[in-house]
Design a protein around this ligand. Structure first.
Ligand code: XIL
Length: 787
């Protein structure tokens, strides 16, 4: 009954699922936390951000970074527009912003040829200044600016970009008027103004052989002359392909060998076609747009997204490896929206160089950066927050598939099954769990692939209101071929799973976004008749004859709404706060929700984690089974018998929310009607205590949810109502749980608390509508998931 997915009286009906804009919640584990003890992680900030006019950007800056650089606010033209005029308005706000958030504050930059008024180099008559006069002017500027923020700005880019690409000195006004020692002088003045500040030489393109040699020679010269220089800033405005990781490593090593602290000072990755001959980050470079120079105006293709993630991962692994000689890595901008690379070197393009997209959502590259913090070189420098870093992102509870729910013709053996699951947490890589728990024979999969599916553009078809049936979003099972990735098991493409067993795949290098869909496609070999699966998928699967694991579309497939074999997807390379298991029955399994719509309460909860604590990345694992009981009978293994498998045995689990008992209680109705005294409430309470104890023994926090109303459903009776009241009273008042979620209160009718509120009711007076499921998710206190 519970697993029947028949849809009757289907009428076309379009529904828009609106994500509620929730208030900003708390974020705990972040970029800066992942790199604690390894590197400072910084970002350049612009005026709207430090003036508090960019809430999206500010939220990211505050939660993710522990160092800031001013994108423009401290440049000469900003603070000293005219010989006798200093304007510190913005700069003051920038420094105050950094202090407020207890960040390491960098000053950028004191002496540069660009964004410096021409008037700096001439006298009142427009004649070039003498060496002495320009040195005096430079000293005035440095003493005034550095002096103003003495003890507050921790490090200064003293000289920016003094070198040409060939390693010779740039013929700037500074060089031409003062000579090469303008560099040494600038450092001396800065040291004079704040003897405790770190002082850096900053430049781009130092990965190029000639320029690197020139810079090393210049640094040596400064050091030999006793110039107080602390470190070097490698700007690192890089491309997807250059400079390669080896060159990056070599560059860091070259400066580290001089005893300089190496900082990555302005990191971004240009993903657009080159419009200039060189990769120079010289701000004066401009290039006209060409026919193909702006190809991604409506979004970055998935394969590029993945390439960018790999690129960031590769760079940060180099940084982690060299962290002993490094101080920080600073991203040049918060989100893609405001990156300078939208206008450099060609104006008006749509670039994607940073870790957060235009809406402020973390990109796969963000997860790749987090993941890099876990490379072996980083071990020992940071607290491991979650074992080996794997977190469960999706799960379904396996049960013995009943004959009526078995795969239709042509069957799984020798044929291709494509299943789509909706993830909660994202990550830089994934792994799969497969089950043959109920098989009586070994199960062989000949090949298995994962891919990102093409999102459905079809309109939702909604069941007749009050029918108690799900609505449907039709999908096609199409994948993006560029993301098609083969999965291996111990390096092999085929795998045998013994009866009663499950298997884990090798890590798969496919970056996945939080709340995204994943297509898992396998070619069945020898398959047992007794198949392990999850009939209540509320997601459409596709079965087609022969080997089609890499086919983008499956035009001849038969489709059905069940899952087989696959029982979990883990992710790594996120903030690893761990996962939450939702242990439950059909109400958790999503009966009454929309097929392919992901409107189970667990889906809405995962959305909240991402909307309110966008980088929190808590995995939400749905271990609901339709018709399931805690104690005895029902469909699938009872909660008592599956607790170890479905809760303790999940990946990275830190919290469990137990929401069961309605089927146990409802199941006593007939006996009670005959006069039998029900003991079910006491038995449930005893079991809940057992669950709490087992969870605690494994360091898992246990939360209890009150049982939702079932008045006017087939479970309704005076005795079942009093059992529900008794169990709910115990959940609310016993104090045994680490926290309580009052689902009952969230969805019951105000007039009659024994029935569901009409808008929360799917129509059968027991299961909820999508609106009801959303309300349940909204009732959960996210503070329960702080570390
Ligand atoms: C850029 C800023 O991001 C832009 O907003 C501005 O228009 C030009 O300068 N090297 C540097 C930075 O040292 O100061 C530059 O910043 C980028 C290249």
């Amino acid at each position: 009954m519970w697993t029947t997915l028949a849809i009757r009286g289907v009428k076309p009906f379009t529904v828009l699922l609106l994500l509620t804009a929730f208030a900003h919640g708390q974020t705990t584990s972040t970029l800066k936390d992942a790199y604690k003890g390894i590197l400072r992680i910084g970002v350049s900030v612009n005026t709207p951000q430090f003036e508090g006019r960019d809430p999206v950007g500010d939220r990211i800056i505050e939660s993710e970074f522990n160092q800031i650089s001013p994108e423009n606010a401290l440049k000469w033209q900003a603070v000293h527009p005219d010989t006798d005029t200093y304007t510190f308005d913005e700069a003051d706000k920038y420094v105050a912003f950094g202090e407020k958030h207890k960040m390491f504050i960098v000053g950028h930059c004191l002496v540069w040829h660009s964004q410096t008024p021409r008037s700096v180099f001439v006298d009142e008559d427009g004649k070039p200044l003498t060496r002495e006069a320009l040195l005096q002017h430079m000293r005035d500027h440095i003493l005034k600016v550095v002096g103003r923020y003495k003890g507050r700005i921790g490090g200064w880019d003293v000289v920016n970009e003094a070198l040409n690409d060939d390693g010779t000195m740039r013929q700037s006004q500074w060089y031409k008027i003062i000579g090469e020692d303008f560099v040494a002088k600038a450092f001396e003045y800065a040291h004079e103004a704040d003897p405790n500040a770190e002082l850096y030489y900053n430049d781009y393109g130092l990965e190029g052989e000639a320029k690197r040699r020139g810079a090393v020679a210049l640094m040596r010269k400064l050091q030999a002359a006793g110039v107080p220089i602390t470190g070097i800033g490698l700007q690192s405005h890089v491309h997807l392909d250059t400079p390669d990781a080896t060159t990056e490593a070599k560059t860091i090593e070259a400066f580290a060998a001089l005893g300089l602290k190496v900082n990555i000072s302005e990191l971004d990755v240009d993903v657009l076609p080159r419009t200039t001959r060189t990769d120079s980050a010289d701000v004066s470079a401009t290039a006209a747009a060409t026919a193909n120079s702006n190809p991604y105006t409506s979004g970055l293709p998935e394969e590029m997204q993945q390439a960018l993630a790999r690129r960031y991962g590769e760079l940060f692994r180099v940084f982690v490896e060299h962290h002993a000689s490094m101080g920080r890595v600073t991203l040049w901008g918060v989100t893609d929206r405001e990156s300078w690379l939208n206008n450099f070197p060609t104006r008006g393009r749509t670039n994607y160089p940073l870790l957060f997209d235009r809406q402020g959502k973390p990109k796969p590259a963000f997860h790749a950066v987090l993941d890099a913090a876990r490379t072996p070189a980083a071990a020992g420098n940071q607290p491991q927050t979650s074992g080996d870093g794997w977190v469960g992102s999706w799960a379904s509870s396996p049960q013995l598939v009943e004959p009526q729910n078995r795969p239709p013709q042509p069957g799984l053996a020798g044929n291709t099954l494509r299943q789509v699951v909706h993830l909660s947490a994202g990550g830089a890589e994934i792994r799969l769990r497969l089950s043959n728990e109920f098989g009586t024979h070994p199960m062989v999969l000949d090949e298995l692939h994962v891919a990102v599916p093409v999102a459905s553009t079809a309109k939702m078809v909604m069941a007749a209101p009050g029918s108690g049936a799900e609505g449907v979003i039709p999908t096609t099972g199409e994948i993006r071929p560029a993301t098609d990735t083969a999965v291996t098991f111990g390096g092999k493409s085929s795998v045998t799973v013994e009866p009663g067993a499950f298997v884990l795949s090798d890590p798969i290098a496919l970056a996945v976004q939080p709340l995204s869909d994943l297509a898992v496609t396998f070619l069945g070999g020898t398959m047992p008749t007794e198949i392990s699966g999850h009939p209540g998928s509320r997601a459409t699967s596709f079965l087609t004859a022969g080997n089609a694991v890499s086919s983008a579309t499956l035009p001849n497939a038969v489709s059905f709404d069940h899952w087989y074999v696959l029982d979990g997807v883990d992710v790594r390379g996120n903030t690893s706060r761990g996962s939450l298991v939702a242990l439950g029955d059909s109400i958790t399994d999503g009966r009454g929700s929309i097929t392919n719509g992901n409107t189970r309460w667990t889906n809405f909860l995962a959305q909240r984690f991402n909307a309110e604590t966008p980088i929190a990345n808590v995995g939400v694992l749905n271990e609901g089974i339709g018709g399931n009981c805690i104690l005895r009978g029902g469909l699938g293994p009872t909660a008592l018998s599956r607790f170890d498998r479905d809760v303790i045995g999940q990946t990275g689990v830190k919290w469990v929310l137990i929401f069961e008992g309605v089927n146990d209680i409802g199941g006593t109705r007939a006996a009670a009607a005959k006069g039998e005294v029900s003991t079910v409430a006491d038995e449930i309470i005893l079991s809940l205590q057992r669950f709490i104890a087992t969870a605690h023994a494994h360091g898992i926090r246990a939360y209890g949810a009150t049982i939702t109303p079932f008045g006017h459903s087939g479970y309704d009776s005076p005795s079942t109502q009093s059992d529900r009241a008794k169990v709910n009273h115990w959940i609310r008042t016993s104090g045994k749980f680490d926290g309580v979620v009052d689902f009952d209160k969230a969805v019951r009718s105000e007039k009659d608390p024994t029935v569901l509120d009409a808008t929360a009711d799917s129509g059968d007076h027991l299961h909820l509508s999508s609106e009801g499921y959303k309300r349940m998710a909204a009732a959960i206190d996210l503070n329960y998931f702080s570390p």
